[in-house]
Design a protein around this ligand. Structure first.
Ligand code: PEP
Ligand code: MG
Length: 546
């Protein structure tokens, strides 16, 4: 047996024979165009075939996120600008498949230059190019095999069109050579509950149909298993899933120390299962496509829908976190050379204070009309002055519990001073990693720096937790790191009082907590804190957890 290592992005274990994606079509050398009208028609036919295929997959996708991604690809495919750029290329002497490739290359360059969210969509565009070329050439669409038996899907990277239609009963696990923890592959695998490992370059050398085991928590892929060994892995995984499905109730360590397990949501629609409350309501997700500012009444309705679903429970509402990877068109923010370091999050209130004011008024009205225990927090706070200003604005609207997110190292370092004016802190470890390591959170190539087990990140979390303990005020974590069951033990040991994550991730974290006492967690945290590398921190935590 041989162990290959990557980054675990969707927990769980699975084993089976390896199969890979059908390869993308290769373009033959272009032949001279004899009949331009026929090539124009071929462009349109290819667009129609691909759009119909993607629409069918979107309709069949069980997961709404996957369906949305596919529909976005349909819009790209049917964009008039794409067809007319391909027509121009045909008129310039290229046959249909080459003309479409040239048109998409132009789009690709524009997306790359735009950076941020659009640059992240480049793999969607590349996938679209391969599909259009396959349709033109009349060869099979690139994509996921259907051999009639379960398997582990291996690929260099996966496009949304591939992951969206995946059936977890057939595709038992996913391993990619590229991609990162924030890639579509990772997000969709987590949503579908398929164990997944990314950035495992050596997996490309594993021959088709040889049997591997995937551990989506540790990132280890074991090659060279026998069928009997694979069956054992799958039996144990099925048992673990069944155990988890039965777990319910509030988060607690084995000795009863409470750690609230809360949900990250973007709207009332994301509330699935019985949750203790909401630890992060990303309000900006409601308005991503709005060109006019949402009015107070519209906002009251959206917030009320969430609050009404959780009477007596905590709901932490984050005020609009606009900018960088989450542009809000209605704010008409100026183009900035470096939007991740620009006017974003709470900073938008410097230019448009009325937007924050309307939002706080709407949250207060919805809170007054419902029974939820509403907390409010601001994103992207850098200084104690900003935190104090935000808390004062909340109180002026009658909102009693005001806090801030800690996503900027400057704020983490000044946590004791920030806590003098606010009621709680919530650590957004996605951005805190990005800003601590100067590493774009969307950049798969820097995934090692964005690893939450990095000693510098653990040290910042520890400092904030200690500040919370000193002030007697709660400090939670709502970044993706809270969903890693092993890291959740570290966070608990450091004194973090609530963990907020995608609802589907809660059972595995609940189970990990229930298997350890608070003293265990403290020992694990101490070991992780003393390590010099993420690998050493993981290993130290694992060996001190027994
Ligand atoms: C974070 O930065 O960790 C966070 C929870 O906020 P978002 O992912 O929405 O930026
Ligand atoms: Mg953030």
């Amino acid at each position: 047996m041989r162990e290959l290592s990557g980054i675990g992005v969707s927990p769980g274990r699975a084993a089976g024979p390896v199969l890979r994606l059908a390869p993308p079509p290769s373009l033959p050398s272009p032949s001279a165009v004899a009949d331009a009208a026929a090539e124009h028609a071929a462009v349109r036919r290819a667009v129609a075939v691909v759009a119909a295929d993607l629409t069918r997959r979107a309709d069949a996708a069980a997961d709404p996120t996957a369906a949305e991604v596919l529909r976005a690809q349909v819009l790209m495919a049917t964009d008039e600008m794409l067809t007319s750029a391909a027509d121009d290329a045909v008129d310039g002497g290229l046959p249909a498949p080459h003309a479409l490739a040239a048109a998409l290359a132009e789009h690709r360059a524009a997306f790359e230059a735009a950076g941020g969210y659009l640059a992240e969509r480049i793999s969607d565009l590349d996938d679209l190019r391969d599909r259009l070329i396959a349709a033109c050439l009349g060869v099979p669409m690139p994509g996921v095999p259907s051999p009639g038996h379960p398997y582990i899907l291996v690929a260099r990277d996966l496009a949304p069109a591939d992951t969206a239609g995946l059936d977890p009963a057939v595709v038992l696990g996913l391993v990619t050579a590229e991609g990162g923890p924030t890639s579509h592959t990772a997000i969709l695998a987590r949503t579908l509950g398929i164990p997944a490992v990314v950035r495992c370059a050596d997996v490309l050398e594993v021959p088709d149909l040889s049997v591997v085991a995937v551990d989506g928590a540790t990132g280890v892929v074991t090659a060279g298993l026998t069928d009997a060994e694979a069956a054992d892995v799958n039996d144990a995984a099925a048992e673990a899933r069944a155990r988890r499905a039965q777990s319910h109730g509030p988060g607690r360590t084995a000795d009863g120390h409470p750690v609230a397990l809360l949900a990250n949501i973007g709207s009332a629609r994301d509330l699935i299962g019985d949750v203790e409350g909401v630890g992060l309501f990303r309000t900006e997700l409601l308005y991503l496509d709005h060109t006019d500012p949402p009015g107070e009444r519209e906002q009251i309705a959206a917030y009320t829908a969430v609050f009404e679903a959780l009477p007596g429970r905590k709901v932490v509402v984050r005020t609009l976190d606009a900018g960088a990877d989450k542009p809000l068109p209605f704010l008409r923010l100026a183009d900035e050379p470096n939007p991740a370091l620009g006017v974003r999050g709470l900073r938008v209130a410097r230019r448009a204070p009325e937007v924050l004011d309307t939002q706080l008024a709407a949250i207060a009205a919805a809170a007054a009309a419902t029974e939820a225990d509403v907390w409010v927090m601001a994103p992207m706070v850098a200084t104690a002055g900003e935190a104090a200003g935000f808390a004062a604005a909340c109180r002026a609207h009658g909102l009693r519990t005001a806090g801030v997110m800690i996503e900027i190292p400057a704020a983490a370092l000044r946590a004791p001073s920030i806590l003098r004016d606010v009621d709680f802190l919530s650590l957004g470890t996605n951005d805190l990693s990005q800003y601590t390591f100067a590493a774009d959170r969307m950049c798969g190539d820097l995934a090692d720096l964005l690893d939450p087990w990095q000693p510098a990140l653990i040290a910042l979390i520890a400092a904030c937790a200690a500040a919370g303990a000193e002030a007697g005020k709660p400090v939670g974590v709502c970044g993706e790191s809270a969903a890693d069951p092993g890291f959740a033990l570290v966070l608990t040991g450091l004194g973090i009082s609530s963990l907020s994550m995608a609802p589907r991730s809660i059972p595995a974290v609940r189970e990990a907590l229930a298997a350890h006492t608070l003293e265990d967690c403290r020992r694990i945290a101490k070991a992780a804190l003393a390590a010099d590398t993420p690998e050493a921190a993981r290993a130290a935590a694992q060996s001190s957890s027994h």
